[in-house]
Design a binder for this molecule. Structure first.
Ligand code: HEC
Length: 275
């Protein structure tokens, strides 16, 4: 192998290595055990091209969350444009303070001394999907349960002792921690049975269960609501994300073509060496 050959092989190895790292490294999974008593966080797959989901999420956010949590790094007008909501409709339905202009930042509706109300000031959520992860948010908002020992009568499996009340309780209903009898699994992976062939059950606690008929939404509807809400928070955390990911494919495509062309060119030049 010529020296030049070796150089080029090394170059390809490095490129392969970089791509390998890029595609296998997942930031969120590296955090590990972030969902505390909940166990593993539920997986969340955002879909930023689903504009309707983002619109529903924005509406839920402004109606249920914006009273406490600002989005101080985004502007009203930008959100309206990105979510393809005509500005007049957006301002009429989602912006309650009529003095707000499209260029204003979403600085929240909370007075400065709110820390005294909850013990902790509700944090700004513009970047929450970046530092907590979407899996975490999606799990957190669905993991409230009744706990009379706490200030608001609720606690949370993902964020034990959270200072945030369960603001969606009326929609979700009373969620409780319950115990269930579950089949025991033998070492070979099958169910354990006693000598009469009955399943051997084991009591296990810590399951979340909503008391039937206490919430306005069914479990699926509530999960969808939280899906849209989390999707919206992913969008707000990086409004350009959908565009960036689309462009990324073009860039990779360009590299592939470029690599092919340059290797052809290399072969062409190389002919001269062999003369
Ligand atoms: C009544 C005020 C209030 C409302 C309304 C409210 N929150 Fe909160 N939220 C809080 C407080 C206070 C905290 C801080 C909790 C703590 O750290 O113990 C918090 C924390 C959070 C966190 C964790 C942030 C972090 O950095 O740890 C998320 C995510 C969150 N809220 C999302 C929401 C969403 C989504 C909604 C709307 C469905 C909402 N909140 C509505 C008061 C509120």
């Amino acid at each position: 192998m010529t020296f030049l050959h070796k150089e080029i092989m090394n170059f390809y190895k490095i490129i392969f290595f970089i791509f390998f790292i890029l595609f296998t490294y997942d930031l969120n999974s590296a955090a590990g055990g972030a969902c505390k008593d909940y166990g593993d966080c539920d997986k969340f797959d955002y879909s930023l091209n689903d504009i309707e989901s983002l619109q529903r999420g924005a509406s839920t956010y402004i109606n249920y969350c914006y009273g406490c949590h600002s989005l101080q790094y985004s502007r009203w007008g930008r959100v309206a444009t990105d979510l393809q909501i005509p500005e007049d409709i957006f301002f009429e339905n989602l912006v309650f303070d009529k003095s707000i202009k499209p260029g204003d930042l979403m600085t929240g509706a909370m007075p400065e001394d709110s820390a005294n109300w909850f013990g902790v000031a509700p944090p700004d959520l513009t970047l929450v999907s970046r530092y907590k992860g979407d899996d975490w948010i999606y799990s957190y908002l669905r993991a409230y349960y009744e706990d009379s020992s706490k200030q608001y009568g609720v606690n949370n499996l993902v964020y034990p002792g959270t200072a945030m009340p369960n603001v969606l309780l009326a929609l979700q209903g009373n969620q409780k921690l319950v115990c269930k009898d579950i089949p025991m699994i033998a070492a070979n992976g099958g169910q354990k049975r006693d000598e009469y062939g009955n399943d051997i059950l084991k009591k296990k606690c810590g399951f979340l269960e909503v008391e039937e008929g206490t919430g306005k939404l069914t479990k699926e509807e509530f999960d969808d609501l939280i899906y849209d809400l989390t999707n919206f928070l992913v969008y707000v955390g990086e409004p350009i994300k959908a565009t960036r990911e689309r462009l990324g494919w073009y860039v990779i495509f360009y590299f592939l073509i470029f690599t092919a062309l340059s290797s052809l060119l290399y072969r062409e030049f190389h002919k001269d060496y062999n003369k």
